[in-house]
Design a protein around this ligand. Structure first.
Ligand code: NAD
Length: 431
């Protein structure tokens, strides 16, 4: 089968975009490899996305008019196994963003110790601007264009911003209809009734809290009711993190969403807040709490801050005023490199995204394993395996940070890059 790969001409990001995520990903990579004593050839190889695919495709809108859309899929690495990574529907999608996210997936999977490379995909579209029929048509056409790239042994998509379990079901069905038989393992994050896994939607929030608990141990903060937590974002990651932390006895004092936030220094009733949010669509106006802004939430007096909304939230401007001792990154890329330096200098412990939010991809891996063996595990089994995996990754990262005198982000990247580099050198260069 012939695949029209986009020529890999632009492995250097466009220079005029200062906050280009691919520049950030490459800068982090360059910083980590300085400590690793890798061969020059290996450093060069790992810097490049393996393959990049760009497609322009038509969708007929409900009014009968044809509209063209652009989609991408980037495989950063296939060294450790099939590539794995979400599909994002957003107007902000660019090839450089997808490249960065694919590279971060490579490190996230390697750090979590799961046998996957890294990938990411996206379509430039506001999914809310489409009817249900249009969204299905867009998804099925994009999936059909991806057929040469995706598969249970080659590249396994999952949901990301703007996509969900239903979108995964349409991709799974399109792939299955093309090959002629059902292939549940081609995507993860599917609905349960077609081979999804128990615990998948809670997984990322839980992994964030497991990492928080490990970080608190280091500060000798072992009593949950003494620990106050502020969480930015109350979607999948934020609300599940809040729920799990609350169930373990921690005080969730503030949460926010895109409309604003709520604060109660004595702790919020998280289950009641979840019911309120389901009814009203926002945390704003929740009883027994004061209203705050997102900016106020980030600089609240609390022990742990969990940014779980979007990238670029902790910046050069607000980093000097952040009062939490521990930041656990639920979102991908919530801390700018400038804020990272300021917080590290101030002694704030940052548990990086590639470590803390890996629960989603770890349980995606469990889903794929269950699909391949057509044998499904119970929720308790999944949570136990997830916790063990996260604790193991956390401690390995902490040990590397201490051994080399580096921050946790650099340590996480070092561990991950080392694992991929070793596998690359063992495999050798083809032909
Ligand atoms: P989501 O869409 O379910 O929730 C996002 C939340 O952030 C919502 O409450 C939204 O109102 C809020 N938000 C959006 N813009 C905001 C703003 N400007 N200020 C404050 N709040 C804002 O998304 P999610 O799945 O929870 O993902 C959140 C982050 O976590 C993203 O960076 C995502 O890439 C990352 N992540 C998610 C998973 C997963 O399994 N869902 C896994 C790894 C990483």
């Amino acid at each position: 089968m012939v695949v029209a790969y986009h020529p890999s001409t632009a492995t250097t990001p466009s220079p005029h975009v200062e906050s280009n995520p691919y520049s950030v990903a490459l800068a982090q990579y360059d910083r980590a490899v300085r400590y690793l004593n890798l061969k020059e050839n290996t450093i060069e190889f790992l810097r490049y996305p393996h393959r990049e695919f760009t497609v322009n495709f038509p969708v007929v809108r409900d009014n009968g008019k044809l509209e063209m859309f652009t989609g991408y899929r980037v495989h950063h690495s296939t060294v450790l196994g099939p590539s794995k990574g979400g599909i994002r529907y957003s107007l902000a999608v660019t090839l450089d963003e997808i490249r960065a996210l694919a590279m971060w997936m490579t490190w996230k999977c390697a750090l979590a110790g799961i046998p996957y490379g890294g990938a990411k995909g996206g379509v430039v579209v506001d999914p809310k601007s489409l009817s249900a029929r249009e969204l299905e048509a867009l998804t099925r056409r994009y999936a059909a264009e991806l057929i040469p790239l995706i598969g249970p042994n080659s590249d396994i998509p999952a949901p990301d911003m703007g996509t969900n379990a239903q979108v995964m079901a349409w991709i799974m069905d399109t792939y299955s209809m093309t090959v002629g038989y059902s292939v549940p393992a081609v995507v993860t994050g599917k609905p349960l009734n077609i081979g999804g896994s128990l615990g998948r939607s809670e997984a990322t929030g839980r992994s964030v809290i497991t990492c928080m608990i490990e970080a608190l141990k280091r500060q000798n903060m072992n009593h949950p009711d003494d620990v106050s937590i502020a969480i930015q974002g109350f979607g999948n990651v934020g609300s599940n993190a809040a729920h799990y932390a609350h169930s373990l006895g921690y005080k969730v004092v503030a949460v926010s969403d895109v409309f604003g936030g709520v604060y109660n220094p004595h702790g919020l009733d998280v289950p009641a807040l979840q019911r309120y949010t389901t009814e009203t669509g926002s945390v704003v106006g929740f009883r027994e709490a004061d209203s705050i802004t997102n900016d106020q939430l980030l600089t609240l007096s609390c022990d742990v801050l969990i940014p779980a909304a979007m990238e670029g939230q902790l910046t050069e401007e607000n980093a000097p005023y952040i009062r939490a001792q521990i930041v656990v990154e639920g979102a991908n890329g919530p801390t700018t490199p400038e804020a990272d330096d300021i917080l590290n200098d101030r002694g704030v412990l940052i548990v990086p995204d590639v470590l803390a939010n890996a629960g989603g991809v770890v349980v995606s891996y469990f889903e794929w394993v269950q699909d391949l063996q057509a044998f499904f595990w119970d929720e308790e089994d999944i949570y136990k395996r997830l916790e063990k995996q996260m604790q193991h990754s956390y401690r390995a990262t902490e040990n590397t940070a201490e051994e080399h005198g580096v921050d946790m982000r650099t340590a996480a990247q070092m561990l991950a890059i080392r694992r991929v580099a070793d596998a690359f050198e063992t495999r050798g260069v083809y032909p």
